[in-house]
Write a protein that binds this ligand. Structure first.
Ligand SMILES: C[S@@+](CC[C@H](N)C(=O)[O-])C[C@H]1O[C@@H](n2cnc3c(N)ncnc32)[C@H](O)[C@@H]1O
Length: 222
């Protein structure tokens, strides 16, 4: 029998949106200072997603799909007549659908984007005009044929998920990005920054979302 993690609790965050708390180690899936604010700041704005989508096709790799809030916020940026999104997310421990639906509903995303994200988690793949979304319910790293414009590294912290922050894994992510592509994360640890630099990235420390001084953006040089 497959061992299942205990159901995560729902937690109210300071911007009024919800997150989940993992019962295994107590870490929340998003910042307690604001789940929506953190997603928008780190994964949408710092990745330049609006601009990238306005100029054509964007492909995103997400390590840690969780509730799908990052993806739902990205879908809200897609205009019906231009721009297209190719997305691959990894999540070996999908939270229960009721918990995911609550976080999406409280996260200020459109009902259509929330519904698409919930459908993706049900079926594993969702395609529509301008959309090709794939959710792999297995741990990253795993073989991938595509290359990406953006990597959302949204794993639990190095303290609770050290295997997702090793120099080898970050170097593997470098090879999964297209030249000019960006890797973004809420984490600003010095060891992570140095590992990204050693992998070949140009690394910037940017102001973090509310409650956090810094975050990291790493660009694969052209
Ligand atoms: C910080 S939460 C992600 C929050 C998520 N992006 C959201 O918008 O709700 C970290 C997630 O990483 C997942 N995770 C754990 N090990 C993983 C692995 N090896 N590969 C991919 N995801 C993993 C956890 O189950 C958890 O859902």
């Amino acid at each position: 029998m497959v061992a299942q993690s205990p159901t995560p609790a729902q937690v109210q965050t300071e911007d009024g949106s919800l997150t989940l708390r993992a019962r295994t180690h107590g870490e929340t899936y998003h910042s307690r200072h604001g789940a929506r604010q953190e997603s928008l700041h780190v994964f949408i704005d710092a990745a330049g997603l609006a601009h990238r989508l306005a100029s054509g096709q964007v492909s995103i790799l997400e390590i840690g799909f969780g509730t799908g809030l990052n993806l739902a916020l990205a879908l809200d940026l897609l205009a019906p007549d231009h721009g297209s999104l190719h997305y691959v997310g990894f999540e070996p421990d999908l939270p229960p659908v009721s918990a995911r639906a609550s976080v999406l509903a409280a996260g200020g995303v459109t009902p259509q984007s929330a519904d698409r994200v919930l459908q993706l988690a049900n079926h594993g793949r969702l395609t529509d005009t301008g959309l090709d979304l794939l959710l792999r319910t297995e741990p990253f790293p795993a073989p991938l044929n595509s290359r990406f414009d953006v990597i959302w590294h949204d794993a639990f912290s190095p303290a609770n998920a050290p295997e997702l922050w090793t120099p080898d894994l970050l170097a593997a992510e470098f090879t999964l990005l297209r030249p000019g592509g960006v890797w973004v994360s809420y984490c600003a640890r010095g060891a992570v920054r140095r590992a990204l630099q050693d992998a070949g990235f140009i690394v910037e420390r940017l102001p973090g979302p509310p409650g956090k001084r810094e975050m990291l953006r790493a660009t694969r040089p052209l």
